[in-house]
Design a protein around this ligand. Structure first.
Ligand SMILES: Cc1cc2nc3c(=O)[nH]c(=O)nc-3n(C[C@H](O)[C@H](O)[C@H](O)COP(=O)(O)OP(=O)(O)OC[C@H]3O[C@@H](n4cnc5c(N)ncnc54)[C@H](O)[C@@H]3O)c2cc1C
Length: 463
C-alpha cells in the first residue's frame, strides 16, 4: 500500500541531489521502525534513487533538554529508541544518534543527503525545529504525517469549537486514511556507509546514566518503552479488556482502558495501526469499537487541532476561551474551603482520600485513568488560589509525572478543565459557569477496588 498523498507535504521542492550518499530521515515524532509513513516514504525514495536510507535522532541533553522532560520520560524514550534502532538495523537502514537538537543533526547530515524526510508533530518546539531545518538545509525536504489518522490540515483549517464540530469533519475523511502500511524491502543497505553514532543505544540504561537531566522523577516499571512492547500490549488488550471498553471505560478499577497513551505520545505506535487492529478484534462489539475510535481519533485529533492552531496553547490567557476566563474571573473572590500548595498536591496531602490515591498512582507509576484525570484536575481548580494558578500547576504536575505528559493531549485536556471545548453549565461558586465535578462523581466507581489496585501497582514499583 502506498502512503496516502494527503499525508505528504513538500516543504522544499528541489530535485534530489545527484551526488547525495543517502536519503536522510529525521526520526523525531514517529519513533518506530515499522508502520511509519515517513520512514516508508524515505525507503521508497531511496529505492528509486538507488541509495541507502539513514535515520537520525538528536538527543537533547542538559541545559538543552526537552522542556519539562525528566528521567521518567527519557528512560521510556531511550527504551523505545533502542527497539527502533534494532528494527532499523534488521531492515538495513542506518541509524545515527547524537547529543544534538533534532534540527542540528538533520542540518549536519543533510549535507551529504540526496533529500531529507521529516515526520510531523504539532508542539511549538517541533515547529521551531522544522523552521530551523528549512533555513539550514539546501535541497529537497518532504514531511510525512504519520501520528494521526486524518492529517490535521485536512481535518480542519481552523480552531474547532469542540468534538461536536470536528467529529463530522474527521469522519468524512476517516476511511481515506485507514490503510495498512507494509515495511517495504530496502534495496540498498546502509551497512557500508561510514556514518557512526555518537551514542550506543543498544544499552539505554547506560545512555540514561550518562545524561544530565532532572532525576527527581524516576523511571517506572509499569511501562517499558518500544514499538514491540506497544504491539504486544495492544494484542493482549484487544484479546481481552477491549471487550468491556464500551460499557466500562468510565470505571478506573475495571481495567478496560488500553494504556496506549505513553506509546502514542512517544510515537512508538501508529494510531492507524490501532484502529485497523481494533476493527479485527474478536469478542468486541461495535459499541466498543465506536467508543474507542471516538477517544483515539476524534478526541485525540481535536487536541492536535487545538495545539496546532493556538500559538500559546500552554498559557491560561490564550488557551482558555474568553467566556470561561470571564466567568472564572467573576468568581475569583469566592471563599475556598480548601487551599493547598503545589507541593501538598504533588505529595497527595489533601483532605480528599481518593484524590490522594489518584495522585499517588500518577506520582509513583506515571499514569491515571481518564475519569480520574478529570476529577483530579477539577479539584486543583477548586483548591488553588486563582484559576490561572490552578491551570499552571495542573499543567506542571501533568507534564512532570505522566509518562504521556507534554503531549497535545496534555495542553488541551488541562485547558478543557477550564472550559475549552465545553459549554457553560449551571453557575457554581469558584467555577462560575465552567463545568464543576463533585465528590459524588466518585460514587459511580468502586473506589475501594481502585485503591487496592493502586496499592498493588505502587508496591510493584518499590520491589
Ligand atoms: C486533566 C486531564 C489531563 C490529561 N492529560 C493527558 C496527557 O498528558 N496525555 C495524554 O495522552 N492524555 C491526557 N489526557 C487524556 C486521557 O485521559 C488519556 O489520554 C487517557 O487516560 C490515556 O489512557 P489510555 O491510553 O488507557 O486511554 P484509553 O481509554 O484506552 O483511550 C485510548 C486512547 O484514546 C485517546 N484518548 C482517550 N481519552 C482521551 C481524551 N479525553 N482526550 C484525548 N484523547 C483521549 C488517548 O490517545 C488514549 O491512549 C488527559 C485528560 C484529562 C481530563
Amino acid at each position: 500500500m502506498t502512503i496516502e498523498d494527503g499525508r505528504i507535504r513538500i516543504l522544499a521542492d528541489a530535485e534530489p541531489r545527484a551526488d547525495g550518499a543517502y536519503v536522510l530521515y529525521l526520526l523525531q515524532q514517529a519513533n518506530r521502525a515499522h508502520f511509519n509513513p515517513a520512514l516508508e516514504h524515505a525507503v521508497a525514495q531511496a529505492n528509486r534513487l538507488k541509495l541507502p536510507v539513514v535515520a537520525c535522532f538528536g538527543l537533547l541533553d542538559g541545559s538543552n533538554g526537552f522542556p519539562e522532560a525528566n528521567a521518567r520520560h527519557y528512560a521510556f524514550l531511550l527504551q523505545g529508541l533502542a527497539d527502533a534502532a534494532a528494527g532499523l538495523e534488521k531492515r538495513g537502514i542506518g541509524f545515527v544518534m547524537r547529543k544534538a537538537s533534532p534540527a542540528e543533526i538533520a542540518i549536519d547530515l543533510a549535507e551529504d543527503a540526496a533529500m531529507l524526510v521529516l515526520d510531523r508533530g504539532y508542539l511549538a518546539i517541533q515547529k521551531r525545529w522544522y523552521g530551523q531545518i528549512l533555513e539550514g538545509v539546501k535541497g529537497r525536504i518532504v514531511q510525512v504525517e504519520g501520528d494521526v489518522v486524518v492529517p490535521v490540515d485536512i481535518a480542519s483549517d481552523k480552531h474547532e469549537y469542540g468534538a461536536r464540530t470536528i467529529r463530522p469533519k474527521i469522519k468524512r475523511h476517516l476511511e481515506e486514511f485507514l490503510h495498512p502500511l507494509r515495511s517495504a524491502p530496502v534495496k540498498h543497505r546502509a551497512d557500508d556507509l561510514k556514518l557512526k553514532s555518537e551514542i550506543d543505544i543498544s544499552d539505554p540504561d547506560k545512555v540514561l546514566e550518562g545524561m544530565t537531566l532532572d532525576r527527581s522523577v524516576g523511571p517506572v516499571k509499569r511501562f517499558t518503552g518500544g514499538e514491540s512492547e506497544a504491539r504486544r500490549r495492544l494484542k493482549a488488550y484487544l484479546a481481552g479488556p477491549f471487550g468491556h471498553y464500551g460499557a466500562e471505560r468510565g470505571k478506573p478499577e475495571a481495567g478496560a482502558a488500553s494504556h496506549m497513551s505513553p506509546y502514542l505520545h512517544f510515537g512508538q505506535i501508529s494510531p492507524v495501526e490501532i484502529v485497523l487492529a481494533l476493527r479485527e478484534a474478536k469478542g468486541a462489539t461495535d459499541e466498543d469499537r465506536d467508543a474507542y475510535t471516538e477517544e483515539l481519533v476524534v478526541r485525540r485529533e481535536l487536541s492536535m487541532n487545538h495545539v496546532n492552531t493556538t500559538e500559546r496553547y500552554d498559557s491560561y490567557d490564550h488557551a482558555v476561551p474568553d467566556w470561561a476566563r470571564k466567568t472564572l474571573h467573576e468568581q475569583a473572590g469566592d471563599h475556598r474551603e480548601h487551599r493547598y500548595t503545589e507541593e501538598q498536591l504533588a505529595e497527595g496531602e489533601t483532605h480528599d482520600h481518593y484524590w490522594n490515591v489518584a495522585q499517588r498512582e500518577m506520582r509513583v507509576t506515571g499514569y491515571m485513568h481518564n475519569h480520574l484525570r478529570m476529577y483530579w484536575a477539577k479539584k486543583i481548580l477548586e483548591w488553588s488560589p486563582s484559576a490561572k494558578a490552578g491551570f499552571e500547576r495542573t499543567l506542571r504536575l501533568n507534564n512532570r509525572y505522566f509518562l504521556d505528559g507534554r503531549d497535545a493531549n496534555s495542553f488541551t485536556n488541562v485547558a478543557w478543565t477550564y472550559g475549552l471545548h465545553d459549554r457553560p453549565w449551571a453557575r457554581r461558586p469558584i467555577f462560575g459557569t465552567v463545568r464543576y465535578q463533585s465528590e459524588n462523581s466518585l460514587r459511580k466507581i468502586d473506589a475501594k477496588a481502585y485503591e487496592r489496585s493502586v496499592d498493588e501497582l505502587c508496591r510493584a514499583e518499590e520491589d
